[in-house]
Design a protein around this ligand. Structure first.
Ligand code: TRP
Length: 352
C-alpha cells in the first residue's frame, strides 16, 4: 500500500513553508460517525507519518459534532469511541499522539466564549465553508447559534494547544483564517504575542469520491467504504462502483477520467506503473470493468482486513478505549488551562 508505513512526513506535506520539528500539530474530527476510506487517504495516513516527527494532538470534536445534532445527540455520543477505535486500528499510536475529548476540556468552551467577543456575526456568515453547509442543510434563520459560531470554537481548539500546524482539507482553510484573525486581535489586546498563528498542512490527496461518484461520502447514504466494513460490504461496494457509463462492451475504449474505480486505484494501489498500464489498456479498449474492479477489490481487502481485525478487538473492550481517551485528555488539561489563564489575563479578568 502507498504511504501506510512510518516514513518521514515530507512526502505527505504540501505546505509552502518549511516544516521544522518544533511545530505543534493539532487535528480533529467531528464525532458524528465511524471513519471511512476518505478519512484514511485524506488525513489518517498523514497523521500516522507526522506522529513520528512532531508533537501531535488529535481532538475528538464531540461538541462540534453537536452543533448540527443538538436534537439527535446520540449520533455524537455513540460515535466517540468508534472514532477512537478507528484511530488506533489504523495505527495511530497513543504513546506518540495525544488523543483527547473536546467536551472534557472545559478551557475550550471558556475560550470560545471569550473569542466570541472578537468576531462579528457578519464575519461568521461570510465563512465560505459554513455558508455552504448552511445552504446544504437548509437551516435558514433556524440555524443553531452553535453551528454559526463553530469556527470560533475551532479557533479555541487550535490556540488552546498552541498548535502551529493544522493538517486539513481545503474546506477547513476558512477556519484557520478566522483563527488567525482572532489570534491577531487577542494579541493586540494583550499587547504581546500570547497566542500563535497557525498554518495549514494540506493533504496531497484530494477528496476521495463516493462509490457512486455523485455525492459526498456519507455513511448514511451508503455510498462509502467504512474502515470497519466487512469483507462482503467491501465486495458489494466495489461491484457497485461508478465506472464509465458508455463503456458497454469489453472491447470498447473506456474513459479513465471520472471513473471512480481508477480514482480509488490511484489512491490505494501501491504499484503506480501497473496502474498506468491498466489505464492505457482500459482507454484503448479490451479491458472490462469487472477485471479492473477485481484488482481494486483485492487491494482494498488487503488494506482493510488487518484494520477490521484490530478494530473488532478494540471495540470488544470499550474500557480500554475510554482509558486511552481519558489519559490523553488529562494530559491536555494543564496546557489548555494555561492558555485560558493568559487569555483571561489579557482581558484583565484575573482578580483571583
Ligand atoms: N472541523 C473539523 C471537521 O469538520 C473538526 C475539528 C474540530 C478540527 N476542531 C478542530 C480540525 C481543530 C482541526 C483542528 O472534522
Amino acid at each position: 500500500m502507498k504511504n501506510t508505513t512510518s516514513e518521514p512526513a515530507t512526502s505527505a506535506s504540501q505546505s509552502t513553508q518549511p516544516i521544522n520539528n518544533q511545530e505543534k500539530i493539532l487535528t480533529g474530527d467531528r464525532a458524528t460517525g465511524a471513519l471511512h476510506l476518505g478519512h484514511f487517504v485524506g488525513s489518517l495516513q498523514q497523521r500516522m507519518q507526522l506522529q513520528h516527527q512532531f508533537a501531535q494532538t488529535i481532538l475528538v470534536a464531540d461538541m462540534q459534532g453537536l452543533t448540527d445534532n443538538g436534537h439527535n445527540p446520540k449520533k455524537v455520543s455513540s460515535n466517540i469511541l468508534n472514532v477512537v477505535a478507528d484511530y488506533l486500528a489504523v495505527g495511530i499510536d497513543p504513546l506518540k499522539t495525544t488523543i483527547c475529548l473536546q467536551s472534557a476540556l472545559p478551557a475550550l468552551a471558556e475560550l470560545t466564549m471569550y473569542y466570541a467577543n472578537l468576531v462579528s456575526i457578519a464575519r461568521l456568515e461570510r465563512n465560505p465553508t459554513v455558508k455552504t453547509e448552511i445552504n446544504s442543510k437548509s437551516f435558514g434563520r433556524s440555524i443553531p447559534a452553535g453551528f454559526l459560531t463553530y469556527p470560533i470554537s475551532q479557533a479555541a481548539d487550535i490556540t488552546a494547544f498552541r498548535a502551529t500546524l493544522v493538517p486539513v482539507g481545503e474546506d477547513q482553510l476558512p477556519m484557520l483564517e478566522q483563527t488567525n484573525e482572532i489570534v491577531r486581535r487577542l494579541n493586540t489586546i494583550a499587547q504581546q504575542d500570547i497566542l500563535l498563528e497557525c498554518k495549514p498542512l494540506l493533504s496531497k490527496v484530494s477528496r476521495l469520491p463516493s462509490v457512486d461518484g455523485k455525492s459526498k461520502m456519507s455513511k448514511s447514504m451508503g455510498n462509502t467504504i467504512m474502515l470497519g466494513s466487512s469483507q462482503k460490504d467491501i465486495s458489494k461496494a466495489v461491484k457497485s462502483m461508478y465506472t464509465d457509463a458508455n463503456h458497454l462492451r469489453v472491447s470498447d475504449p473506456g474513459q479513465v477520467a471520472g471513473n471512480v474505480v481508477f480514482t480509488y486505484l490511484d489512491a490505494f494501489h501501491q504499484d503506480e506503473d501497473y496502474i498506468a498500464d491498466l489505464k492505457a489498456h482500459y482507454s484503448a479498449g479490451g479491458l472490462g470493468d469487472g477485471t479492473v474492479k477485481k484488482i481494486l477489490e483485492e487491494c482494498l481487502q488487503d488494506l482493510l482486513a488487518p484494520i477490521r481485525v484490530r478494530r473488532a478487538t478494540l471495540t470488544s473492550d470499550p474500557s480500554q478505549l475510554i482509558a486511552i481517551l481519558k489519559q490523553g485528555t488529562e494530559r491536555s488539561q494543564d496546557e489548555t488551562n494555561d492558555v485560558l489563564a493568559q487569555v483571561k489575563n489579557a482581558f484583565g479578568l484575573n482578580l483571583f
